[in-house]
Design a protein around this ligand. Structure first.
Ligand code: BGP
Length: 473
């Protein structure tokens, strides 16, 4: 048997992509509520949107999601039927503190997640909770400028203290920030940043990064203090960067690209700013407000495990004229040896094994794959059934690669949660067309549909995978 007996099989979601009910039970508005679907989405996610006010004529994707808020019992029952050991979901900050800086938390929001966690436990499912997944009350952007303001550390501390206290005994696995390196790529989503014309964006991004890193260490400290059973992880949008050729310039370029991402985990897992980052800040004239207390806090409160998403490997070349492709918003050089999804994300199962080995070598902490999957257009029949062999094929190849990393290479791993186990809104497109789930949700890009949930072919397949602890793929 290659995987540990207590291996945490499951699936992952995020509040802003599935909950909907954006104006229910006292929830405040969040950054995600003003991100439209379609062509303007990226502009807003990059921090270049024109307004922070919600559109009164249109309902944006995060506002409705798949209405998990009202369907959670039915949805968790289906996950239970698949035999999930864990379910990754995130907290919508603005359900707990509608403005982010409120004096008291919103009881209805706290009660909602308590109900969800209790429902999970009915089926023996351990919740894995992302404290913030591309989620920030819009008031914190309007009033404080988002995470570039140090005050957000205090608001976050207040949030996590409430969460760890209220959910003690119900939740023990926590992730502080989803894909923390996304601050550099989608700063409005990752850190609630909006840029003025001519603003020094790189300065704002790394300042926000420092504040999130400190907040993450604070969360780790508080989590352990409130309940020593708590396990806290960091979360990286991972994917090893290959050099396009063996030219040393390409190898060097690839190393630099990886360091942009590793930087965050170097701080969270090793407890200090790496030398290459300090030099980079110096060169770029980036000024961070790193205090002695920050340094001590970071050093003493490293994460318990390293979690990551993996969709694709990346590739880099020193030659700027080489073709690029998309890859989960990381523009990357097109690797001629790989096929790609309909959205240009290159498919590379061995890359998962390579990434796992690189992360484990570097950090020597248990890993947790908390996102992996294939975004595809599904064609349901009249009963809502989808023959998604393409999805099974993708997941099977990645699970096999993960098992090789464990069995052959000795990498330590806690679990695997495939992304979007139930269909939900895509983060990059804001659409429903790009689906990842084992469960089909009847909703289209125009907001039409019955919201009926039906099992896809992959549902039974994944049930067997879990039942046999990965032996039967
Ligand atoms: C990751 C995000 C998720 C998720 C996933 C798939 O970056 O953490 O929120 O959406 O990517 O991306 P997409 O939905 O754009 O296909």
């Amino acid at each position: 048997m290659s995987l540990p007996e207590n291996f945490l099989w499951g699936g992952a979601t995020a509040a802003n992509q599935c909950e909907g009910a954006y104006n229910v039970d006292g929830r405040g508005l969040a950054n995600v509520d003003i991100c439209p679907a379609g062509k303007d989405r990226f502009k807003v996610m990059l921090g270049h949107g024109e307004t922070l006010e919600p559109d009164t004529e249109h309902v944006y994707p995060a506002m409705e999601g798949i209405d998990f808020y009202h369907h959670y019992k039915e949805d968790i029952a289906l996950l239970g039927e698949m035999g999930f050991k864990t379910f990754r979901l995130s907290i919508a900050w603005s359900r707990i503190f509608p403005n982010g800086d409120d004096a008291e938390p919103n009881e209805a929001g706290l009660q909602f997640y308590e109900n969800v966690f209790k429902e999970c436990h009915k089926y023996g499912i351990e919740p894995l909770v992302t404290i913030t997944h591309f989620d920030c009350p819009i008031h914190l952007t309007k009033e404080y400028g988002g995470w570039k303001n140090r005050k957000l550390i205090e608001f976050y501390k207040k949030l996590v203290t409430v969460l760890f206290t209220r959910y003690k005994g119900l939740v023990k696995y926590w992730l502080t920030f989803n894909e923390i390196n996304m601050i550099l790529h989608l700063p409005f989503m990752g850190a609630g940043l909006v840029f003025k014309d001519g603003e020094n964006e790189i300065q704002a991004k790394y300042l926000a990064a420092h504040h999130e890193l400190v907040a993450s260490a604070e969360a780790t400290r508080i989590a352990h203090e409130i309940d020593p059973e708590n396990k806290v992880g960091c979360m990286l949008a991972a994917g090893q960067t290959y050099p396009y050729s063996c030219a040393p310039e390409d190898v060097w370029k690839a190393m630099g690209k990886d360091r942009e991402n590793y930087f965050f985990i170097d701080v969270q897992a090793r407890g200090e700013y790496p030398a290459y980052a300090k030099k980079f800040f110096e060169r770029e004239g980036i000024q961070l407000d790193i205090t002695e207390e920050d340094e001590k806090l970071l050093k003493e409160n490293t994460v318990d495990f390293v979690s990551f998403s993996y969709y694709s490997s990346r590739c880099a070349s020193a030659d700027a004229s080489v073709d690029t492709t998309d890859g989960n918003v990381f523009a990357t050089v097109k690797n001629p040896y790989l096929k790609a999804s309909e959205w240009g994300w290159q498919i590379d199962p061995l890359g998962l094994r390579i990434t796992m080995n690189a992360l484990y070598d570097r950090y020597q902490k248990p890993l947790f794959i908390v996102e992996n999957g294939l975004g595809a257009v599904d064609q349901p029949d009249e009963n809502g059934y989808v023959e998604d062999d393409y999805r099974i094929e993708y997941l099977k190849a990645h699970i096999l690669a993960m098992m090789d990393a464990v069995e052959i290479d000795g990498v330590e791993i806690m679990g695997y949660t495939s992304w979007g186990c139930i269909d939900l809104v895509s983060a990059s497109t804001g659409e429903m067309k790009k689906r990842y789930g084992f469960i089909y949700v009847d909703k289209d890009d125009n907001g039409k549909g019955t919201l009926r949930r039906t099992k896809k072919k992959s549902f039974d397949w994944y049930k067997t995978v879990i039942e046999t602890n990965g032996q039967c793929l």
